[in-house]
Design a protein around this ligand. Sequence first.
Ligand code: T1G
Length: 693
Amino acid sequence: MTEVVTIQKFDDIATICIDNPPVNAAGHAMRKGVVDALDMLEADPEVKAIALYCAGRTFVAGADIREFGKPSQPPVLPDVCNRLEASSKPIVAIMHGTALGGGLELALCCHARVGITGSKVGLPEVNLGLLPGSGGTIRLPRVADTATTIKMITGGAPISAEDALKHGIIDRLEDGDPAQVAVTIAKELRDWKLKARVTRDLPVNLNGDKMSAARSKFEALGSKGAVALRALRAIEGAAKPIDEGLAAERALFIEALASDEHHGLKHAFFAERAVANIPEAKETPREIKTAGVIGGGTMGSGIATSMLLAGIPVTVIEMAEDRVAFAVKTITGNLQGAVKRGKLSHEAFDATVAKLTVTTDMSSLCDVDLVIEAVFESMEVKHEVFAKLDAICKTGAVLASNTSYLNIDEIAKAVTRPQDVIGLHFFSPAHVMRLLEVVVADKTAPDVVATGFALAKRLRKVAVRAGVCDGFIGNRILAHYARSTGYMMMDGADYEQIDNALVGFGAAMGPFTVGDLSGLDIGWAERKRRAPLRPPEERYIGVADKICEAGDFGRKTGKGYYVYWPDGSKTKNPDVAQFIADEQAEKGITPRSFTDEEIVDRYITAMIVECARVVEEGIALRPIDVDAVFLFGYGFPRHRGGPLCYADKIGAQALVDRINSYAKDDAYYWRVPALLQKMADDGTTFADLNKER
Ligand code: T1G
C-alpha cells in the first residue's frame, strides 16, 4: 500500500480510498497503491464486493499532468485500468467533485459507476492537446451513444452527473458523503441490487454518419482541428476488437504527448495557476463585502457587472443624472447577456440587479470596502477623483484605478494613504475577459496586493502581478510589437495578408481587424499622447493617423482599414492603399513582398523582445506571467502557450541572430534585450527562468 491509498473492510465488502491532494491526480504512488489494494482484496476470500472512492474535494481529476514528459513509472494508468476491469470481485466507482480524464477512465473500468449529486464527469484531454490515453475513447462508446462520445472527447467540456446518468455513463445518482455511499453501494453490488457490467464486454455501435460529419467538421478547421481530429481517430478504434482499439489509442496518445499543441496547452494550464504564486501570497486579504465603481461607461459598467456576478453589492458613481440611466441600462444588459450565456440563472437575475445602486452622490461610498475608478484617462481627472475618495472613504478601504497605462505611483500622490492604492486593470469587456493586471505601486501595502488577487479569484479572473511602467505588462508590449505591423505594411506587406498570416498562426483576429473592432481613435489618442515622448530615432508610420483624420475609426464608423458592409462582409478600404502609396513615395520606400512566415516571425519576435525587457526590468515576476497576460488578455493562441513559451521553441540564439539581421533595416527598433543575449550566451530558456523564480 502507499500512503495515498488505503483500504477498509466492512465484513464482506471493502472500500479503496484514494487521498492524494489537491485533486487526487493519478500520480505514481496513487497508481501503485490502487493495484496493491486490488491484489490484497482479490486474495481475500471474505471480500465479495469493492467500492473505489476518493477523500478530499474531488474524485480523480485525471492523470498527474506534472508527470507528463518524464519517464513513466509502472504501473502506468492503462495497466491500472485493465487491472480494475479484470478484477474477479465486482468494483463500483463512487465519484464526487470532478471525475476527469484518467479519473473517468478508471471509473469506466469499474463494473458500475455512481455519481454524487452535483458532481461532474469529463474527458478534457483535448484542452491539453491530448486525447484520453487509458481507454476512454474505446470504453466510453460502450456505455454512451456516439454523439455524446464525440462531444465529450473532442469538446473536452465536463457534463453533470445528471446528464451522465441520462447518457448511461453512470448507473446511479446518490447524495451524501462518498465514504458512506461507498459502503452502502458496495453492499448493493454484493447483493446484485446494482448490476455489475464489464465495460470491455459491452457491444459498441459507432454511428458512421455522426463520425464522418465530425471528421469533416474538424478537417475544415485546418491546424485548429488537428487535436480533435486525432481524438476522433482514436474513437474510430472502438469498432475494432478492444485490445486493438486500446493499442491504437495508446499510440495516438504517445504521438499527442510529443506534439507542440500539448506543450503549449500544458504550459497554458500551469500559467493560469502559477501566476498566483506572488511574494504577497501569505498576506491576509482585506474583506470585500461591498464595492464602488467611479464611472459607468463601458469599462465601469463591465467592472460593476463582474462584481455583481460574484455576488458583491456595487454602487456606481456617475457625474450626471442622464448618465445614471445609461449605466443602469448597460449593466442590466450585461446581466441579461450573462443569463443567455448561462453564467446567471433567471431566478438570480432580479436579486443580482437589486445589489446595484447607480447615483451621482459620491458620499454614498463612505462605507464600501473597495472603490475602482474607471474615469477618463487623464492624470488631472484621476487626481481629482482620488482626492475626493481620500476624503470620503473609510479607513482601510482599497482605492483602485482601472487605468490602462497611467502611473499608479503618480495617482497615489493625490491621497494621504498611498498604501491603500493599487492598479486593477480590467480588459474589455470587463465582465467577460479573464485577465486582471494587479499593478503594484511603490507604496502599495502587501495585504492590498493580496486583496487584489483574492478579488480576482472571486471574479473568476486570472490575476497577474505587474509593476508600474507605461502600459504595465500587456499594453506596453502591445505598443511595441504593434509598430512592427505598420513597418511591414509600409515596406510592402499587404495588411490583409498580415491579418491572415497571424490568423493562420492561431490568433483569433489579425491586428488591423482588431484595430478596427476596438476603434482606431483609441490608438490615435494614444499616439498623440506619446508624440512628445517619441525618440527621434523611432520610425513613425502615419497611415493610421490619416485614416482617423478622414473620420474613419473602424467598425463603429463603418470604415477603417476595412469597409464594413451591411451584409456583414468587409473589403479593404481603398483610401488606405493610397495613404500607404503616398507615404512610400514621400519616404522613397520601394515596397517588397513578404511571406506569411516572415510576417509571423517579425511580429512574434517584436513581441518577444519587449516581453523579455518586461521580465528583465521586473515589471513581470516571471516569463510565465507574461504568457498568462497574453493568453488571457490578448487572445494569444492557447496551443502556442504564450509568447515566451513559444520563444523557447525558437531558442534564444536563433532569436538574437534574427533580431540582428532585422536590425540591418532598423537598428533602433530591433535591439537585443540584455536578458535574451545572456540566455543565448548561457544556453538558458525562459522555462529555466520560470523554475528559478
Ligand atoms: N495533475 C496535476 N496537478 C493538477 C491536476 C492534474 N491533473 N489538476 C489540477 N492540478 C493542480 C493544479 O495545478 C493546482 O495546483 C491544484 O491542483 C488545484 O487546481 C491518461 C492523459 C480539477 C477542475 O485536465 O481542470 O487524464 O497551483 O487550481 O479550480 O487520459 O484543476 O495549487 O499548485 O485548478 O478547483 C485530465 C485538470 C488530465 C483536469 C479543479 N484532467 N484540472 O479546479 O483547482 S490528462 C484534467 C482541472 C489525463 C488520461 C489523460 C482543475 C479541476 P497548485 P485548480 P480548481
